[in-house]
Design a protein around this ligand. Structure first.
Ligand SMILES: [Cu+2]
Length: 520
């Protein structure tokens, strides 16, 4: 498989401007688009131009902040398929229906090489944003895929090896919301009552510019933690609501921060969806854990609040398993001088009940149908594949290995259309382990949604494993068993820690789906 840049190098054209008409048609001629070019056999329902570019945006009072951001434009299809978040560096919200064919013409206008990953979406390997497919500034990569996922809250962000943390931190991330018929008949709040909330933390210097890692190895081993909590790119976020029910779509888009979310008044959270869409029925939790990359959707009914009252979503204190101290900086908690370590409590956003509602919805008792995998159908049901999350030679590894661009170990080979049991183990004790260095690891599998069938070593109740997942959080001492069905797309996909600093250090591996090429 080659991308356009490699093609140009191979053919000796050297620069995009030198591509002749016949070469252009040659580039477009392929029946199956496996190389990021426009494919003649693909008729999109939605055709989008998306670029990663540098910009400036006011975040804190005073100087604007230099950021990177995705900017989009609808070329064909419903203009409402792209929606910008007000005054935010975040990329446009992309809305698509299940079954739609989507083309995204991505252009890289930032200095770094990059590539875009559609987190949670089931797409062919060439469309998944593997780091081997990176493009330099000035190049483009065309994504073409059919949306096959259930309705849900997915997202997109860069995935170049070693640079994902800095690029997401710089502002490159956006939501990808999928709708379908099942969701539409579930009776959920919609329109202005369906609210995306992207949680991220950032650190700023005295002229309001973003500070990332200092370059200290220990800081990267921990993962980046900022002392400002931003919601949809804004500090001190306030959500104005009416006295009625809302659907709140939460994405943890932070590099390494984990949230232990609860309502300020201790009322239980009503969870209606996880990474891969709606649960079968709502579940209640006193609090929920949300690791980097994970999504949760809440049913939040403010009808029992008086107009003029306030509440808040908070992050409760927990043992974050930090390896060292946090960043020094100005704190949002009244300027204590220290940043928020992973596990320090803080308010996430305020809710201000500012108007009465004329009508309300009642919480549906049935949300969707989830087809449960049967562990007995797994090809390795007697012998789960085990993946140990361990530190080795001062680097986070999976089974002692770090990322190599095209390397696939024996246990990382899987067959198309087979169900496997994968177990991730965060129990430390690996080679080179030192005491007190256990850390949480949110593990993300590309290409599909999986089911969590067992957790051991868990000391709390904040997980929502009832629904489809693509990212699963393991706190120190925990192990989790997953049922994973490898689908109909062959090729190289990633699995990795979604602590983006861990990922950039190489806590990422390939898995290879082997089998005959499907027609799709
Ligand atoms: Cu990790």
């Amino acid at each position: 498989m080659i991308n356009r840049r490699q093609f140009i190098q191979i053919t000796g054209a050297g620069a995009a401007g030198l591509i002749t008409g016949s070469m252009t048609s040659l580039l477009k001629a392929g029946k199956a688009n496996a190389a990021g070019n426009i494919s003649s056999g693909f008729t999109p329902d939605l055709d989008i131009a998306l670029k990663a570019t540098a910009g400036e945006i006011p975040i804190l009072p005073g100087n604007p902040t230099g950021v990177w951001q995705f900017q989009g434009r609808v070329l064909k299809g419903d203009r409402a398929s792209l929606a910008s978040l007000d005054r935010s560096y975040l990329g446009p919200i992309i809305r698509a229906r299940r079954g739609q064919k989507v083309r995204i013409r991505f252009t890289n206008e930032i200095a770094d090489q990059t590539i875009v990953h559609w987190h949670g979406l089931h797409v062919p390997a060439a469309m998944d944003g593997h780091p081997r497919l990176v493009i330099p500034r000035g190049e483009d990569y065309v994504y073409e895929f059919e949306v096959r996922n259930r309705a849900g809250t997915y997202w997109y962000h860069p995935h170049p090896h070693g640079l994902t943390g800095s690029q997401v931190y710089g502002g490159l991330a956006g939501l990808f919301l999928v709708s379908d018929e099942e969701e539409e008949t579930a009776g959920l709040p919609s329109g202005e009552h369906d609210i995306p909330l992207v949680l991220q933390d950032r650190a700023f210097d005295s002229s309001n510019q973003l500070i990332y890692l200092s370059g200290h190895h220990m800081e990267q081993m921990n993962g980046f933690l900022g002392d400002w909590i931003l919601v949809n790119g804004q500090p001190d976020f306030i959500l104005p609501v009416a006295t009625r029910a809302y659907r709140l779509r939460l994405l943890n888009g932070s590099n390494s921060r984990i949230y232990k979310l609860a309502w300020k008044d201790n009322s239980p959270l009503t969870v209606i969806a996880t990474d891969g869409g709606l649960l079968e029925k709502p579940v209640q939790r006193r609090y929920v854990m949300l690791g980097p990359g994970e999504r949760l959707e809440l049913w939040a009914d403010f009808s029992r609040y008086a107009v003029g009252s306030e509440t808040a979503l908070v992050s409760l204190p927990f043992d974050g398993g930090m390896m060292g101290g946090g960043r020094r900086g100005r704190g949002m908690m009244g300027g204590s001088g220290y940043a928020l370590s992973n596990g320090t409590g803080f308010p996430v956003f305020k809710v201000r009940v500012n108007r009465p509602a004329k009508a309300n919805l009642t919480l549906p008792q049935r949300l969707s149908t989830i087809k449960r995998y049967d562990p007995a159908d797994a090809v390795n049901r007697e012998d789960p594949k085990r993946f140990h999350l361990v530190m080795r030679h001062m680097a986070w590894t999976i089974n002692g290995r770090t990322f190599r661009m095209e390397e696939v170990a024996p246990e990382e080979r899987v067959a198309m259309n087979t169900l496997e049991v994968w177990e991730f183990i965060n129990e430390g004790g690996g080679m080179g382990m030192m005491g007190g260095m256990d850390m949480p690891h949110p593990i993300h599998l590309h290409g599909m949604q999986f089911q969590v069938i067992q957790r051991r070593g868990v000391q709390h109740e904040g997980y929502v494993d009832e629904g489809w997942k693509d990212t699963v959080l393991l706190m120190p001492g925990e192990r989790v068993r997953l049922l994973v069905r490898f689908g109909d797309y062959p090729g190289l996909f990633l699995y990795h820690c979604h602590n983006l600093e861990h990922e950039d250090m190489g806590m990422m591996r390939n898995y290879l789906v082997e089998g005959k090429t499907s027609a799709a």
